[in-house]
Ligand binder design. Structure first.
Ligand code: HEC
Length: 148
């Protein structure tokens, strides 16, 4: 009995910590990340296809996720809102300008930089094992070609 007690106490402590780490804002964060990956993938495919209206559409969708992320004050002690502002916003805005200007060469390199800034934040939040990378594969039942 005396041997068992510390184990039980440890288990209860572990449960308390793991439950609180995945409540509220944290659940929202993972959903926002999934949406952002999806929208960024599609933005990349639209850029590959030189489809300006479609690329702008997905940039707007990413921006909506960014607005939501700016309301996530903290996650595991990391200041998400301010990290988004300092790490993601600069590269997002440059990509947005390139897409608006229909400068595909610039958009290509700014898109790579956007993904690099996603990964910079993953590193800053102890999630360096989440590495986003560009892919030109289109797994969607959707055409990214410009309309004729
Ligand atoms: C504010 C820092 C930050 C920025 C900026 C950021 N992430 Fe994340 N990302 C995180 C954290 C923290 C997690 C882990 C969330 C969790 O454990 O619930 C995560 C998780 C993820 C995941 C795993 C979720 C899943 O559905 O598989 C993906 C994918 C992801 N991010 C993609 C991106 C993409 C794409 C960008 C850039 C467009 C980005 N992230 C920008 C902090 C960030």
């Amino acid at each position: 009995m005396t041997k068992r007690l510390p184990k039980t106490a440890f288990l209860l402590l572990f449960l308390a910590i793991s439950t609180s780490a995945h409540a509220g804002d944290d659940m929202e964060l993972i959903q926002h990340m999934g949406t952002m990956q999806y929208m960024a993938h599609k933005a990349g495919l639209a850029i590959d296809s030189r489809n300006q209206p479609l690329a702008s559409f997905y940039m707007h969708e990413i921006e909506e996720v960014i607005e939501k992320l700016k309301t996530v004050e903290s996650y595991d002690g990391y200041p998400i809102a301010s990290l988004v502002q300092s790490k993601l916003m600069p590269s997002f805005e440059k990509l947005e300008q390139a897409v608006t200007a229909v400068d595909w060469e610039d958009a290509d390199s700014q898109f790579e930089k956007l993904l690099a800034s996603c990964n910079t934040c993953h590193q800053a939040t102890e999630h360096s094992f989440i590495r986003v990378r560009r892919t030109t594969a289109n797994p969607f039942m959707q055409s990214f070609d410009p309309q004729r």
